[in-house]
Ligand binder design. Structure first.
Ligand code: PEP
Length: 269
């Protein structure tokens, strides 16, 4: 999508706040109320915003967002790939759908690296999310070592193919893929806009190979990794970067709003 062109709803840029393991449900209440007071119609006229609190906050945030008509979509950070069963400590996708969750982050690098989430589980979780009518945000990205060895494209290709191969075209259409280079997450060292664009173009071409050009055109590719109010506009000004996945800068309403406004400033409705 090119900034300054009319926004087609299917590829409305998506700015997602991943809170990780921050904010209990009381803190969440304050943050979302603050965000709701600050968000103006113009901020969300051409940009979609999702917030991804910890599981224990979801019901509180859902009630607040619905009750006060705050224009953000509810998101989750992860879920299990089974609908029910003896999986102590896990949360089923249907439980999220029942709470009105629209977007679920799947295969975040922290799940992959710290909790052993392998490509197969990423693929099955993505399917579980789709089965329950929610939209997966599939995270892919390389480590610093892989990048230094010139392996970025091979890593992206492996992760995208493993997750999407065999999925019907109509399910691939409308997906969100987040390119999140691991070396940029939480480091304060964001990728350059050019690197983010190169990766987004590469991901879209992979999707086209798997599902055709139309599906690829409908997939939103986010960039994530040390995004803030200062670099947001430059990143989404790239034609293939359709939004941002934001960690640290999404925890406080003012900082998150700076990111949303940076993106909104690039688009007109
Ligand atoms: C993330 O959690 O996906 C992320 C990109 O974090 P940060 O913005 O803090 O780098």
């Amino acid at each position: 999508m090119t900034p300054d062109t009319p926004v087609d709803d299917a590829r409305r840029p998506l700015v997602s706040g991943n809170w990780k393991m921050h904010h209990d449900h009381i803190e969440a209440l304050h943050m979302v109320r603050d965000l709701g007071l600050r968000l103006k119609p113009d901020d969300v006229a051409s940009v979609e915003v999702s917030i991804h609190p910890p599981f224990t906050d979801l019901r509180t945030v859902q009630t607040l967002v619905e009750g006060e008509s705050i224009p953000v979509a509810l998101g989750a950070q992860h879920c299990h790939d089974q609908d029910r069963g003896a999986f102590t400590g896990e949360v089923a996708p249907g439980m999220l759908a029942r709470l009105g969750v629209r977007y679920v982050v799947v295969g975040h690098s922290e799940r992959r690296q710290l909790f052993g989430m392998a490509d197969e589980q990423v693929a099955s979780t993505l399917r579980a999310v789709l089965r329950h009518g929610m939209v997966p945000i599939l995270c892919v990205g390389e480590t610093q070592e892989q990048r230094d060895a010139g392996g970025t494209e091979a890593v992206l290709a492996g992760q995208v193919r493993a997750a999407l191969d065999g999925l019907p075209v109509d399910q691939i259409a409308g997906l969100v893929v987040a390119y999140e280079p691991i070396w940029a997450i939480g480091t304060g060292r964001a990728a350059t806009a050019v690197d983010a664009e190169d990766a987004a173009v590469f991901v879209r071409a992979l999707v086209a190979e798997l599902a055709g050009e139309d599906a690829a055109a409908s997939v939103r590719v986010q960039y994530g990794g040390s995004v803030n109010g200062e670099n947001a506009a430059e990143l989404v000004a790239e034609p293939d970067v359709d939004g941002l996945l934001v960690g640290g800068a999404s925890l406080e309403a003012a900082g998150f709003l700076d990111v949303v406004r940076g993106v909104a400033g690039c688009y007109r409705s």
